[in-house]
Design a protein around this ligand. Structure first.
Ligand SMILES: [Cu+2]
Length: 655
């Protein structure tokens, strides 16, 4: 018993911060359980959410998870900035600091950005292509629950067993059992592996959904740009995640079963891990950025009241970026000695990516040119993206110059660069998309005035945080240092950077307040088309009924809904009661949630090397696969009368 306790709560998890986190978790869980029980909401939660296969509800759950993880990753960031605010600080010790930068990076990439992107996929794509759900609704729910249980598992590492501490890239030999005992790295391996299975399934799902489920008349070149970038992102996921799966599996074999794939003794090859990781990692950068490019295209066109400029060059530049992204991975380790020939090849391929990206920047600018530009919060994020991302892209080209990279590598210059790209590109894009599709999803707008406060605090805070870090990089400060001493001139830039980070944190607080405020007092969206939109989702009521489209629209042009409005054909959404047909919809299922749970049990068993628990989890997965395969009763019919009633209540019936 005492050895079990020592395994669950080793010395590094019994410090003040972990204990207070423990208490907080217990209190929050108790409060949630109390509220659910007090208001008899358990049944509702299970029927409407935990077992749902509706893409809209899955999207909302992804969104909630992403915002929660943005909070956790953000707290990690503020802890680091707090530690680095002044020289010779001992607020966090070195071990603790290692854990926090590791969980910050891992959470922001795998458990914040990825679910945020999948939230946008789920909330927007079926509506934009005129579909009633995704191609494989139950698989979609399985993807979500694998992600959710993996994220939960990763987060409890902080309080149970110990956090990983080898960086979000987790290179060997830092992860080698001999140098990194304990369960922290096992958590990293298993949690990312489990959510990665979910991500691959999501890639397959949206690839098929977009290729096979578009409304009649919506040819590939009539698809909204966000649908294009999501299609390409799904293909990227399909080819980029398997190398990661392999790298994680081999590291796991090294740690748990004594193999020597990546160890530095017995002939292992740590460099091979680095290659596999970045063969995933560089395309991952485009998995994170391309959906945002799509969102900017939708937002900029809508709020400029113009067609997207250069649609087909945009499509081709997205495809070019995708292909090039597989040929650049070595730029993450120019300094590891691959030789000048190899480095030059990857340096040039890296810089080539700037060309299609530059084309897109010009396309967005020309879309706004001469348009009647409005600037609600969604558009502010898109406008802020352009200069921010250009700086991130330009510093990326500097890092791609091999000789320069020898100076910049692993310095704060690199840290500033990728935050410039990932916050200025991915996060700004996702926030633009969230503000844009929020009224469609929830039926009310987020408050614009509070949204502006959030925007300016976050945007200005961003520049104050990261510009000093470029300077710190030039001044020789390397990443992952837990403290520094006086005399290098690093103190002031670090203090300024910390002030910026807390401004971003303040922006986040305003945002969370704004959600609560808008839920109660926000402007209700009664028209379904609050932004005078261009694409099909704006032809639906907000929020859309379970079946989305009572009648599948026929598309004859790009910007289908805009064209219908221009030609006074909006009456197509007014149905003749006699035309309404019953609709087949996928049925809720408990299998996805239980599948996530089984993976969680199996994962925890492997993390702690409790083999009987791991086997129990694996048996659960197999059993659920078999039960699911023989469950043919996975659809249900919505009667025409029910649809007539719903459409009538939405004011969408003729006469
Ligand atoms: Cu890269």
């Amino acid at each position: 018993m005492s050895s079990l306790l020592a395994q669950l709560f080793p010395p590094e998890t019994t410090r003040g911060m972990e204990l207070s986190a423990d208490v907080l978790i217990v209190l929050t869980s108790a409060a949630i359980i109390y509220v659910l029980t007090r208001y008899h909401k358990w049944g509702h939660l299970w029927r409407e959410w935990l077992t749902t296969v509706d893409h809209k509800k899955i999207g909302i759950m992804y969104l909630i998870a992403a915002i929660t993880m943005l909070f956790r990753g953000g707290v990690d960031a503020l802890l680091m900035r707090g530690q680095l605010a002044v020289p010779n600080n001992h607020f966090l010790g070195p071990l603790h600091y290692d854990e926090i930068f590791t969980t910050h990076g891992t959470i922001m990439i795998f458990f914040m950005s990825m679910p945020f992107i999948f939230a946008m996929f789920n909330l927007a794509i079926p509506l934009m292509i005129g579909a009633r759900d995704v191609a494989f609704p139950r698989l979609n729910a399985i993807s979500f629950w694998l992600f959710a249980f993996a994220a939960f598992m990763f987060n409890i590492s902080f309080v149970v067993g110990g956090s990983p501490n080898a960086g979000w890239t987790s290179y060997p030999p830092l992860t080698e059992l001999a140098f990194n005992p304990g369960v922290g790295q096992n958590y990293y391996l298993l949690a990312i592996q489990i959510s990665g299975i979910g991500s691959i399934a999501t890639g397959v799902n949206f690839l098929v959904t977009i290729l096979k489920m578009r409304a009649p008349g919506m040819t590939l070149m009539r698809m909204p740009m966000f649908v294009w970038t999501s299609l390409v992102t799904s293909a990227l996921i399909l080819f980029a995640f398997p190398p990661l799966t392999v790298a994680l599996a081999m590291t796991m074999l090294d740690r748990l079963f004594g193999t020597d794939f990546f160890t530095i003794t017995h002939g292992g090859m740590p460099m091979m891990y680095v290659n596999l990781f970045w063969l995933f990692g560089h395309p991952e950068v485009y998995i994170l950025i391309l959906p945002s490019f799509g969102i900017f295209s939708e937002v900029v066109a809508t709020f400029s009241r113009k067609r997207l400029f250069g649609y087909s060059t945009m499509v081709w530049s997205v495809i070019t970026i995708t292909l090039l992204s597989y040929g650049t991975w070595v730029h993450h380790f120019f300094t590891m000695g691959a030789g000048p020939g190899v480095n030059v090849f990857f340096g040039i391929s890296t810089m080539l990516i700037a060309i299609p990206t530059g084309i897109k920047i010009f396309n967005w600018i020309f879309t706004m040119w001469g348009g009647r530009v409005r600037t609600p919060v969604a558009m502010l994020w898109a406008l802020a993206f352009i200069p921010t991302f250009v700086v991130g892209g330009a510093t990326g080209v500097m890092l791609g110059a091999v000789v320069g990279d020898y100076q910049f590598h692993n310095s704060y210059f690199l840290i500033a660069h990728f935050h410039n790209v990932l916050i200025g590109g991915t996060v700004f894009g996702l926030l633009a998309g969230m503000y844009y599709w929020w009224p469609k999803t929830f039926g009310f707008k987020l408050d614009e005035r509070q949204g502006r406060w959030f925007f300016w605090l976050f945007f200005i805070g961003f520049w104050i945080t990261f510009m000093p870090q470029y300077a710190l990089g030039f001044m020789g400060m390397t990443r992952r240092m837990y403290t520094y001493t006086t005399g290098y001139g690093w103190s002031l830039p670090n203090l300024v950077s910390t002030i910026g980070a807390f401004m971003m944190g303040a922006g986040f607080v305003v945002f969370v307040y704004s959600i609560v405020y808008s839920y109660k007092h926000g402007e209700r969206d009664l028209t379904g088309d609050p932004w005078d939109g261009r694409t099909l989702e704006w032809s639906l009521p907000s929020p859309p009924p379970a079946y989305n489209f009572a009648r599948i629209p026929v598309v004859s042009d790009r910007d289908a809904w805009w064209e219908m409005k221009q030609h006074n054909q909006t009456n197509v959404v007014q149905l003749n009661p006699n035309d309404i047909q019953p609709i087949e919809m996928p049925k809720s299922s408990s299998i996805p949630f239980l599948m996530g749970l089984a993976f969680f049990v199996g994962g925890i068993g492997m993390v702690f090397e409790w083999w009987w628990v791991a086997i129990l989890g694996a048996l659960g997965v197999v059993a659920l696969l078999i039960i699911g395969s023989f469950d043919y009763n996975d659809h249900e019919e919505i009667h025409a009368e029910t649809i007539r009633h719903t459409e009538a209540s939405l004011g969408r019936l003729q006469g």
